[in-house]
Design a binder for this molecule. Structure first.
Ligand SMILES: [Zn+2]
Length: 1035
């Protein structure tokens, strides 16, 4: 699963540039009421549901009573033995909303009433008493009943599912019949499996190969654990196999999880599609199943739908059976052993293009017909073919299925989801129009595809045993984004370079908080599971894997992975399985490292160390290396009060090199495992500097004594190329963050970036730009902001002049353009425009004016986002209107996204407020984009308080909308709070948390710590920084 990447795309708008460039404005005409002015407000989903449930409740009860009477009479008259147990046969209304026994699975669309949500409905009658008695019995035994335990009880194992579905797109309902073949491991009267938000019509249990059924005593939902319980009259016998049949129906939901619907407009007509998102715990909303990753089984799926649609699933269609009434049933081939959360299906009327890999895998890209016609899917299709070949070669394990479909959908909770053989992508992460996409966009699309394809092995084929190790699959997929992109574009140096800024530096920001958590997290409740999909799992996971690959050596690491995948394919594996396989691979090449022992310290402890290297003044060649846990706010209360920061220790593979003006020694690994250690190093002369963590392969920061920092700064100024590109970026990031946390004087990082005027590589500029961003946000509303602003402008000016602006490169292929050079130029232009370089502002304004007057967009692709944003922030409301209009009229998803983000750059608070209100209207802004709008407004110093206020006022709506996709919520919470930095704002945050109801608790505690650290920095270091800047600027 790929989360929405937070690659920085727009310049931080600062008040400086707005004031300076006021002359650019041509008047202050009021806003004409455009199409957005009368947009409707958001409608809370919760209210609708509340009313619907209430109606169903009353109706359901009445119907159930009638059905009960009818069935009892029939039973008495005919002495029928009921093997099937629907709601009516089950006695009082329990698991039913409409009490009908006639199989609704084949009901025509629109017939009958919408399926109820049984677990939300009233319970009562004898069965409830029975259940209470049963619960008491369990209590007496001092045991939780099997349905109340957080995990499935484990006495049954599903071997195979036959799943027949009928999708009714007219009224967005579906019905299903699932037959599960069960193996009994321990005798039990109970069948407990997951089922959530569905209406169960009938249940039947039969012993395989024997005609006789097993009588069902009763059935009930237990919503607390999202399970459905079948209580039998007798125990299922060990080592026998049984068949469980369940007939049910449910809604095709208008939300983002389970089996849900979405729509798009083609030729002015709205078309619908329905697609699934089961990871991590939503398969249970689409069919009753054993919805934990360890219960791998084979699946045979059939989908019945109107012939105007097509259906897709993990496997290819084996046969299609057409009916006379315009319906068709697609029968898909049987899957290999797999986990429920990787199952997928879709009903849509998309078209596709196709390619075939060397090994014969058929790859298709399905998307809305206009996008396919335009060729927007061709890029993704082509790289997918190459990447399957790459992974097959790298892992030495062939792709397991006969086909892979990539499905581009307009609405999805994540960037993409790696369902086996049917991976689903949100359009913005897979469709690409080469004529109007920037390199950055191409990079995003590429990396998401590389990520999902890696999962076909790490995830689909070998699945983590349980969610605590989700970082294993996500860390690998994230790490391979860089390795796989290097395969496609060998000159880009993704793994060696871009990984640092986009992963390592990014996650060390988060993991440096006292409220962080270990990458392996204990997970008990289903509700905890969403929590583990966060940047710590993805980015720290990837950073740890990279460190491991580096200290093992890449070829041994690769061999180890091949063994791991071969041993565990079609099964599950935990982290220790991986560590063992990797240790064995190392042993084979004669090295002995206990990988489990080393890695446990990195995966089970939160945070990371800062290493301090001190040259010993009295004895030559001896250095003192010490480690401590790095935290931004040393006043923050430790999350686990039983252990202070002092008790954190890691085994650190530290590489060290010594250098002088023209030479750097080759590095050696020193394993540091104590608080403080003495080490001997070669040739330690006067004016020789030390550099730790060579090429930043390790997941830690390095600090030095001031003398060594000075020597390093001298080196960078005189001849920076002696130090590697990665280490130049690393020094910048470490220095800024060490200073922010108070480990280092505030002037050191600002002195380091002075050498940038000579820096021709992209990465150090990128590292600087990213490190300056949070500092800028700490300062952008302070009185003396212009001093800081001016200092940065001075550092940027000469490189900006040297590089100039890109030519209009509309006819040039993106891939041919020099990535490094274009990215560097883009970065420098972004810094120049953000901090108010006059030429940069003029240039942006000229480009925008030209577009408006000629109605031809000649703005170079790679800087469009910067130009749009700068234009909106500097120029008058007409420009805003123009961008708004373009946002509506463009069909290219990449363009749509940057136009929408540009609208948040305005300094007009009315416009920002109206944009915020519109963001919740799904007709105008896609659900997944609304969060970006709010976050981007919060980054604008003119909008920060508006976004923060809007967030608090709409919290209930936002939480209802995104609550289940917790990742989105936590992205939102950090997005609107991370730059709050005054005592007043901190108070507001704390008061809000006191008053809010439920949800996102972890995000809020992180937010409080971040804001506290911001306030603390303001108090302790702001003045020190300004004093140095003042002095420096007068020299
Ligand atoms: Zn993933």
């Amino acid at each position: 699963m790929a989360l929405e990447e937070k690659r920085e795309k727009r310049p931080p708008v600062t008040p400086m540039m707005i004031e300076e460039e006021a002359a650019l404005r041509n008047g202050s005409r009021g806003l004409t009421p455009g199409p957005w002015a009368e947009a409707a407000g958001p409608r809370p989903r919760t209210t609708e549901r509340h009313i619907a449930v209430h109606k169903r409740l009353v109706l359901g009860f009445a119907v159930s009573i009638l059905a009960l009477l009818a069935v009892t009479m029939i039973a008495v008259l005919l002495s029928v033995r009921f093997e099937e147990c629907g709601a009516a046969a089950d006695g009082p209304p329990r698991a039913s909303g409409n009490g009908s026994l006639s199989g609704a699975a084949r009901q025509p669309p629109g017939a009958g009433q919408p399926p109820g949500r049984p677990e939300e409905e009233a319970r009562g009658g004898e069965a409830a008493e029975e259940e209470e008695e049963e619960e008491e019995e369990w209590q007496r035994r001092q045991e939780l009943p099997p349905w109340a335990r957080p995990r499935l009880p484990g006495h049954l194992r599903p071997l195979h599912y036959n799943l027949m579905l009928s999708a009714f797109m007219e009224n967005f309902t579906f019905s299903g019949e699932v037959n599960v073949q069960l193996e009994v491991r321990n005798a039990s009267r109970y069948i407990v499996l997951h089922a959530h938000r569905m209406h169960i019509e009938a249940v039947r249990v039969a012993e395989d190969k024997l005609a006789g059924g097993v009588r069902v005593a009763r059935t009930f939902f237990y919503p607390q654990t999202q399970v459905f319980v079948v209580v039998l009259n007798r125990s299922l016998e060990v080592q026998r196999s049984y068949n469980l049949k369940i007939i049910y129906n449910a809604l095709i939901e208008n939300e983002l999880l389970g089996f849900f619907r979405s729509s798009y407009v083609l030729h002015g007509e709205r078309r619908f599609l329905a697609v699934t998102q089961f990871s991590p715990t939503h398969a249970r909303k689409a069919f009753p199943c054993f919805d934990e990753p360890i219960y791998k089984a084979t699946f045979k799926i059939s989908i019945r739908h109107q012939a105007t649609y097509l259906s897709l699933s993990n496997m290819p269609v084996e046969t299609s059976v057409f009916e006379e009434d315009g319906w068709v049933t697609d029968h898909f081939s049987q899957t290999p052993l797999m986990s429920t959360y990787y199952l997928a299906w879709a009903v849509c009327n998309f078209t596709y293009r196709e390619t075939v890999t060397k090994s014969g895998v058929v790859v298709r890209l399905y998307a809305r017909p206009d996008a396919i016609r335009r060729g927007s899917g061709d890029y993704a299709l082509n790289i997918t073919r190459s990447l399957i070949e790459f992974y097959e070669d790298y892992f030495k394990v062939p792709y397991s299925l006969p086909k892979l479909d990539l499905l581009a959908v307009p609405k999805h909770p994540y960037a993409a989801m790696e369902n086996w053989g049917l991976s689903v992508f949100v359009e913005q992460r897979i469709l690409l129009d080469p004529s109007i996409s920037s390199i950055l966009y191409l990079l995003d699309v590429t990396m998401v595809i590389v990520h999902e394809l890696c999962h076909q092995w790490f995830g689909d084929l070998v699945t983590p045993v349980w969610w605590e190790d989700v970082w294993l699959k996500e860390g690998f997929a994230h790490y391979f984004e860089f390795v796989g992109t290097d395969y496609l574009y060998p000159g880009w140096n993704m793994e060696k370079q871009r990984f640092l800024t986009d992963v390592l530096h990014e996650v060390m920001l988060l993991d440096g908080l006292a409220s962080s958590h270990p990458v392996s997290q204990e997970v008990q409740q289903a509700t905890d599971i969403d929590r583990v999909f966060d940047w710590i799992a993805y980015k720290k996971g990837a950073a740890l894997i990279r460190m491991l690959a580096n200290f093992m050596g890449h070829s041994v690491f690769q061999m180890g992975l091949q063994d791991y995948l071969t041993i565990h394919k079609y099964g599950n594996a935990a982290r220790n399985d991986l560590w063992n396989t990797l240790s064995k691979a190392l042993k084979r090449v004669g090295k002995s490292v206990n990988i489990q022992e080393v890695m446990d310290q990195w995966t089970l402890q939160m945070g990371y160390p800062v290493i301090t290297i001190l040259g010993n003044e009295t004895t030559d060649n001896i250095i003192v290396i010490s480690q401590e846990r790095f935290v931004y706010d040393s006043d923050a209360k430790p999350k686990d009060p039983s252990r202070g920061d002092n008790s954190y220790l890691w085994q650190i593979p530290l590489t060290i090199a010594v250098g002088n003006t023209s030479h750097i020694s080759s590095e050696a690994i020193i394993w540091v495992s104590n608080k403080s250690e003495h080490h001997r190093i070669p040739a330690f002369e006067e004016a020789t500097w030390l550099l730790g963590n060579i090429n930043q392969t390790g997941y830690f920061r390095v600090n030095y004594d001031i003398r060594n920092w000075r020597l390093l700064i001298n080196q960078l100024t005189r001849n920076h190329e002696v130090i590697s590109v990665s280490n130049r970026a690393g020094l910048i990031d470490d220095a800024f963050n060490l200073a922010r946390a108070g480990y280092l004087p505030q002037n050191i990082p600002l002195e380091i970036i002075r050498y940038l005027s000579e820096e021709k590589d992209f990465l150090p500029w990128h590292a600087a730009s990213r490190a300056l961003y949070p500092l800028d946000k700490l300062l952008d509303r302070t009185e003396n902001y212009n001093i800081f602003n001016e200092y940065i402008l001075r550092q940027v000016a000469s490189m900006y002049l040297k590089l100039g602006w890109p030519m209009n490169n509309l006819n040039k292929s993106l891939v041919q353009a020099s990535y490094q050079h274009e990215e560097l130029r883009r970065e420098v232009i972004m810094l120049a425009c953000s901090f108010g370089n006059k030429h940069c502002h003029q240039q942006a304004a000229t480009l925008i004016s030209d577009w408006i007057s000629s109605n031809r967009n000649r703005i170079p692709l790679n800087v469009r986002d910067i130009v749009y944003c700068t234009g909106v922030s500097l120029m008058d409301e007409d420009v805003w209107e123009f961008i708004w209009m373009k946002f509506h009229s463009t069909t290219a998803v990449s363009e749509k996204k940057i136009l929408l983000e540009a609208l948040t750059c305005s300094d007009d608070r009315n416009l920002l407020n109206r944009l915020l209100n519109l963001s919740l209207n799904s007709e105008v802004v896609l659900d997944q984009d609304a969060i970006d709008v709010i976050i981007h407004v919060a980054r604008n110093p003119h909008g920060r308080d508006l976004a923060w206020k809007f967030f608090r006022e709409k919290w209930k709506i936002l939480n209802a909308r995104y609550g289940e996709a917790l990742f989105m919520n936590s992205k939102l919470v950090s997005g609107v709070t991370e730059f709050l930095n005054t005592e007043g704002e901190l108070r507001e945050l704390k008061n809000f948390i006191k008053s809010y109801e439920g949800g996102a608790a972890v995000s809020f505690s992180r937010a409080v710590e971040t804001v506290e650290a911001n306030v603390r920095w303001q108090r302790l270091y702001k003045e020190e920084l300004f004093q140095w800047l003042r002095k420096s600027l007068t020299h």
